[in-house]
Design a protein around this ligand. Structure first.
Ligand SMILES: [Mn+2]
Length: 266
């Protein structure tokens, strides 16, 4: 019952995503070098609570290499000029959770390398969202994201070999370390099977899932050119399966490089 959302539930989840959108937007607008992760954390809570929502989980506010720590919640390091900031934060409205991640430059301008890697993650995310269609197996979403991300990492020289090799040997897993999504609803990681009788579950209208590819190059990644190290990027949206194309509940939060830079320049 919880896996298939009614119209009323979808509308609560859209509201929850909208509140989270104002929080993410606010974080982008106030962020500047020299601030502390804790101050951004406080901005997120301010945005949630002033809309009478709770955070649906402790927000992750990870500047620079902290973005490579998956469940980083210390949120107390300074934000440095030239670093990226990863924020994973969602609101809870009427019991329903949103779970949204954006990554943006602390100083408002992506560097060349940051742009290159960001574009790979975003391309993987858009391709994966395109797979969120009724009748498609759930695992296609992940496989598509991984394949696009691996191709991008090969082009940037982060991975070596052919795409077939990288996918077969799973060398992408050094930097693409988690699955691409999960069910979302009353809980952040909501109930529901992902497989039935050993086969990936087929997407049906009313299901809501996150689509969240990420690439993380930790500081100790000695096999990768030093210039990439310490970069962690994830882009996460909340997507409802419909009879037609995917319904992106978190569509209000900008995610292209141009839109993020324009918002931060205001
Ligand atoms: Mn998530």
């Amino acid at each position: 019952m919880r896996l298939f959302k009614s119209r009323t539930e979808i509308s609560a989840m859209r509201k929850s995503a909208r509140v989270a959108a104002t929080a993410h937007q606010r974080a982008m607008q106030v962020c500047k070098p020299g601030m502390n992760e804790a101050e951004i954390h406080a901005e997120l809570l301010h945005a949630f609570i002033s809309k009478q929502c709770e955070p649906s989980y402790i927000p992750i506010v990870g500047g620079g290499a902290n973005a490579c720590v998956l469940h980083y919640i210390s949120n107390r390091d300074p934000l440095n000029d030239g670093d990226l900031l990863l924020i994973d934060a969602g609101a809870e409205y009427d019991g329903y959770a949103s779970d949204i991640t954006r990554t943006f430059p602390v100083n408002g301008k992506f560097s060349g390398r940051q742009k290159d890697l960001y574009e790979v993650v975003l391309k993987a995310q858009l391709a994966a969202i395109d797979e969120v269609r009724a009748g498609n197996p759930w695992e296609h979403v992940h496989e598509t994201a991984v394949s696009v991300a691996a191709e991008g990492m090969l082009e940037l020289g982060i991975l070596t070999g052919s795409l077939e090799q990288v996918l077969e040997e799973e060398s992408f897993k050094d930097y693409y370390v988690h699955n691409t999504g999960h069910w979302l609803g009353l809980d952040v990681h909501d109930v529901g099977e992902y497989e039935i009788d050993g086969h990936s579950r087929v997407l049906e209208p009313g299901m809501v899932l996150t689509v969240e590819p990420g690439i993380y190059i930790p500081p100790g990644a000695v096999r990768v050119d030093e210039a990439w190290r310490g970069m962690g990027i994830r882009v996460e949206d909340n997507v409802a399966v419909t009879k037609a194309e995917a319904d992106i509940l978190s569509v209000d939060i900008c995610k292209t490089i141009d839109d993020i830079e324009a918002l931060m320049a205001q």
